[in-house]
Design a protein. Structure first.
Length: 305
């Protein structure tokens, strides 16, 4: 009940507070907590993406669990663009080790985590995570990449970050992203702004992205969730996630949607506003990657048939 009330208050504050003000407040809180960074823990698990695939909602649902403490903010981005800030800065986003010890005295587990969708894309993130949190568990949420691309575009449009219509943005993507990934490979500190914002199709090639994580973490420490399953049967997927994390079964009072699109248990539909030709073109582009994903994981996805 307290967690649900806190979420409601937070959402109301977001409506009356600018993005810049919220970021400034978050940075201030991190600065204050940095004094005790040496007394703080590192995350036990990460949600690594994909963007627009349900990560915000899962982050909120897990953060309400009585045995989980979420990061100070959802997307810490430490293993990608903010890695240069150092581990003390990263620890400032998580609870103290004392809090974990207090839970242990009661015989209760206490886990902490963060969720940064760009970790799935950044080629440096898996190795960095493996070095600093080698025992962590990894959760990847994968959505039909064509629908994901459209939702990504819609998100940018709502934020006034995208002047182009979807078909135009897809046509312009190769030019916008020219040299971006290569520069990121050569410069680990590069933030790859255009790749983050305009990588509509690029970010949907999951097989090559996930492969880097499987190179660094054992398969039994990586959980791949089909987002469509999460949308249609949220309680069942949430239960499976808790089992993966070794936590007792628990359900929040309600499964609200935190992605600003559609209803809590419904996948946002791109079909109504995407031209048939663009959908077909993207489906064909993703087909080899989807096939590689199924072969790598040994499972079928509803959008790969």
């Amino acid at each position: 009940m307290a967690g649900e009330l806190a979420d409601q208050v937070t959402e109301q504050l977001k409506k009356v507070t600018s993005m810049r003000a919220r970021r400034k407040l978050a940075l201030t809180r991190v600065g204050v907590r940095s004094v005790t960074a040496g007394l703080r823990t590192l995350p036990d698990f990460l949600i690594i993406g994909a963007q627009r695939s349900g990560t915000s909602s899962l982050y909120k649902y897990l953060g309400q669990h009585p045995n989980i403490v979420p990061s100070l903010r959802k997307e810490v981005d430490y293993f990608s663009g903010s890695h240069g800030r150092g581990q003390a800065w990263y620890r400032s986003h998580f609870p103290t080790t004392l809090r974990r010890k207090q839970a242990a005295r009661k015989g209760e587990p206490l886990l902490t985590f963060e969720a940064t969708p760009f970790y799935l894309v950044d080629p440096h993130a898996p190795a960095r995570a493996a070095r600093e949190i080698p025992d962590a568990r990894i959760i990847a949420m994968l959505r039909n990449p064509t629908d994901r691309a459209f939702s990504h575009h819609g998100h940018n449009r709502r934020l006034d970050h995208e002047p182009l219509e979807f078909d135009e943005a897809i046509a312009a993507e190769s030019e916008r992203l020219e040299g971006e990934f290569e520069r990121l490979l050569g410069d680990p500190s590069y933030r790859a702004f255009n790749l983050r914002r305009y990588g509509y199709a690029f970010r949907g090639h999951y097989a090559r992205q996930l492969a880097r994580w499987y190179e660094q973490f054992p398969p039994d420490r990586i959980l791949v969730v089909q987002s469509e399953d999460f949308y249609t049967d949220t309680p069942a997927v949430y239960k499976a996630v808790l089992e993966f994390l070794g936590l007792p079964e628990w359900q929040p009072a309600a499964y609200r949607n935190f992605s600003y699109v559609g209803a809590p248990a419904e996948a946002p539909s791109a079909a109504a506003a995407m031209t048939a030709s663009t959908r077909q073109m993207l489906d064909e582009e993703f087909a080899p990657s989807n096939a590689a994903l199924e072969e790598m994981l040994g499972r079928r996805f509803s959008w790969t048939s």
